[in-house]
Design a protein around this ligand. Structure first.
Ligand code: PTJ
Length: 260
């Protein structure tokens, strides 16, 4: 990997690119992963490459809904594992919920590779000290996070083909699903099943962003870190949420940044 000096103003973005490039070489990602990432980068640039106040409100709401859920699950695809896998394992340990590898372009090889990367990350994370402000036995909290998905024994009703495959213990059973970088059709199918669908998508105009119960318009690795912080300091209950309002706020940020 090329050395990127700390002084580089877009270091975080360049490091993410490198992660996507390496993971593509290692066969973890879909062929179109870089295109999806590039689209995300373009929106992030327009959003000022930082978490907005309105995104923070959405992250707090998502943390509250995950904490209040009966059967929450964190669904991850290739890009999400590579960019935010570790933070989401920490979040799952705090919430005490499973992570499901659920990919759009499903192949056995990618499922196995993503699954074993998460299992390895779990081992590593279990050896670190618990996050600030969290009480409990960190090692066992991390090691008890189930990584689901290999066994495709569940179905997302309303979808056909491999995109419908999910885990019976994960997405199929869940009342609340966190699905970063989700596809519009699957988001719609999950909403139709009356699940709360919590998404992270840098594009406030995507079908997913518009269909979801709560949309975090932010970059997944930044959002995942804040989700962890807010889940630990959780001091709110889910509210009456107006998702269109939050999407309009992010569009206003883009419009206000679009002047020279
Ligand atoms: O691993 P798989 O097989 O499930 O495939 C994953 C991708 C992402 C390739 C697949 O789901 C896909 O093609 O996604 P789309 O339809 O291109 O949608 C990706 C959405 O995520 C776009 O709206 C992007 O703006 C957004 N996005 C991309 N990178 C990020 C992001 N949002 C948040 N953080 C990012 N880093």
């Amino acid at each position: 990997m090329a050395e990127i000096p700390d002084s580089h103003p877009r270091k975080a973005s360049l490091l993410s690119r490198q992660r996507i490039v390496e993971a593509t070489k290692n066969g973890l990602l879909a062929d179109s992963a870089m295109i999806a990432h590039g689209r995300g980068e373009a929106f992030d640039y327009l959003l000022g490459e930082k978490t907005s106040d309105s995104a923070k409100l959405a992250i707090k709401e998502v943390a509250a809904r995950l904490m209040a859920a009966k059967n929450p699950v964190i669904s991850v695809n290739g890009n999400t594992v590579v960019l935010a896998g570790k933070s989401l394992i920490r979040l799952a340990a705090v919430i005490n919920c499973p992570i499901e590898v659920n990919i759009y372009y499903r192949t056995e090889d990618r499922m196995l590779k993503l699954n074993s990367l998460l299992e390895n990350q779990k081992e590593l994370l279990s050896q670190e000290s618990g996050p600030k402000g969290w009480d409990g036995i960190w090692n066992s909290a991390v090691m008890s996070v189930k990584i689901l998905g290999k066994l495709g024994d569940g179905r997302i009703e309303g979808l056909e083909g491999p995109r419908a495959i999910c885990s019976a213990e994960g997405i199929e059973k869940a009342d609340v699903v966190l699905v970063p970088l989700e596809d519009g059709d699957r988001c719609e199918a999950l909403v139709n099943l009356e699940k709360q669908v919590l998404v992270v998508d840098l594009n406030p105009l995507s079908r997913t962003a518009k269909m979801a119960t709560v949309t975090i318009v932010d970059e997944i690795s930044r959002a995942a870190e804040l989700l962890l912080e807010y889940a630990i300091n959780n001091n709110q209950m889910p509210t009456e949420w107006n998702n269109n309002d939050i999407l309009n706020k992010s569009l206003k940020i883009i419009a206000s940044n679009a002047t020279i």
